[in-house]
Design a binder for this molecule. Structure first.
Ligand SMILES: Cc1cc2nc3c(=O)[nH]c(=O)nc-3n(C[C@H](O)[C@H](O)[C@H](O)COP(=O)(O)OP(=O)(O)OC[C@H]3O[C@@H](n4cnc5c(N)ncnc54)[C@H](O)[C@@H]3O)c2cc1C
Length: 312
């Protein structure tokens, strides 16, 4: 496919590539917040080869790139992104015994549901988490005491300098809601998990319980990026963490809003787009909340949500 340079020419031309490219593409349509200005380019990659091609193109033309999976953990700037957003649409799932090999773009919620229905345990507490398997690995997503890294064996990656390679779980530096893959230029292509056969009814009941709890506190529509701030790690607290949502509730966070950005009535750590909110409104709201928690509790909240682009 041959595509002529975009009007501004800001990120160079894209010619003779096999993946689909869109110019000045609204990031808002790629995120669950529904917020974000235009990306210079978006590359729709349907295979590993196309992902490699997109990265090589960026390297050759000195274009920045950023990967988006389900866009469920991202607040993108109103100014958009000066570079190429890469969407690696690698979407397969294979089960062999208790080992599961899954593509990065596979829906995490769908994978978890399929594993529960196959009587395979280890991911059920992640039931209902938005986004893709790739995004979940990068942010070490988790809930109710389970993290995606717990059952991970290894990850197939692509990096502009290292090429295609496999990293074992202990080479990825997983911590609470963090891995060394974040902001690293690595692209997750697929991953393998080791699960464990368990009683189907027990697993189904556990997953249903988790989903009931989740849907009583989380929005059903795409208006947020889930919890905005990380919980605070504290060895003396029950379960080793103080819930950021608890502190935000105590400081009256639910009644604070900025423009069309507000706080979800059932969960003080979920910032929402009430309709037409800008990224700067969400950012300003988050800074106000952070400041108030600092004043009252002396605790510095840190963002779980990734801020993409220019927020100056
Ligand atoms: C209603 C709601 C509830 C949520 N509840 C939870 C919860 O309980 N627990 C939890 O942990 N999270 C939760 N989240 C946040 C979010 O769903 C998770 O963080 C999810 O794992 C992000 O996946 P994603 O594919 O959407 O990633 P994205 O938002 O697309 O990206 C997140 C990060 O991962 C990177 N990335 C994505 N895919 C790749 C890839 N293939 N290769 C390299 N980098 C990649 C991005 O560059 C970015 O840095 C919730 C979100 C919503 C909207």
């Amino acid at each position: 496919m041959s595509i002529l340079p975009n009007k501004s020419g800001a990120a160079g031309s894209v010619a003779d590539v096999t993946f689909r490219v869109e110019h000045n593409y609204p990031i808002a349509s790629l995120t669950t917040f529904g917020i974000g200005g235009p990306a210079d380019m978006v590359a729709f990659c349907d295979s590993v080869e196309q992902v490699v091609e997109a990265v090589e193109h960026c390297q050759k033309h000195r274009i920045d790139y950023f990967v988006i999976g389900g866009g469920s953990n991202i607040l993108a700037s109103d100014k958009g992104y000066r570079g190429m957003i890469i969407l690696p649409k690698i979407d397969f799932l294979k089960v062999e015994g208790e080992t599961v090999h899954v593509g990065a773009a596979y829906s995490l919620a769908k994978m978890v549901e399929q594993m529960v229905e196959s009587g395979l345990a280890g991911l059920e507490s992640l039931s209902g988490i938005a986004g893709t398997v790739g995004g979940a690995i990068v942010g070490n997503a988790g809930a109710y005491g389970q993290s995606i890294s717990d059952t991970l064996i290894d990850v197939n990656l692509y990096h502009p300098e290292k090429g295609l390679y496999v990293a074992a779980k202990d080479q990825i530096g997983f911590r609470y809601r963090h891995s060394e893959l974040k902001w690293s230029k690595n692209i997750v292509l697929s991953a393998r998990f080791k699960l464990k056969h368990e009683d189907l009814e027990l697993l189904r009941n556990r997953a249903t319980e988790i989903l009931d709890q989740r849907w009583s506190r989380h929005p059903h529509e795409d208006i947020s990026a889930g919890c905005f701030f990380k919980n605070i790690e504290d060895k003396t607290a029950p379960h080793g963490k103080i819930a950021a949502g608890y502190l935000l509730e105590q400081i009256g966070g639910k009644s604070i809003s900025v423009g069309n950005a507000g706080v979800y009535p059932n969960h003080a750590n979920i910032l929402i787009n009430k309709g037409g909110a800008s990224a700067s409104e969400v950012r300003e709201l988050s800074l106000k909340l952070k400041q108030k928690v600092k004043e009252v509790y002396g605790v510095e909240l840190s963002e779980e949500v990734i801020l993409l682009g220019d927020f100056s």
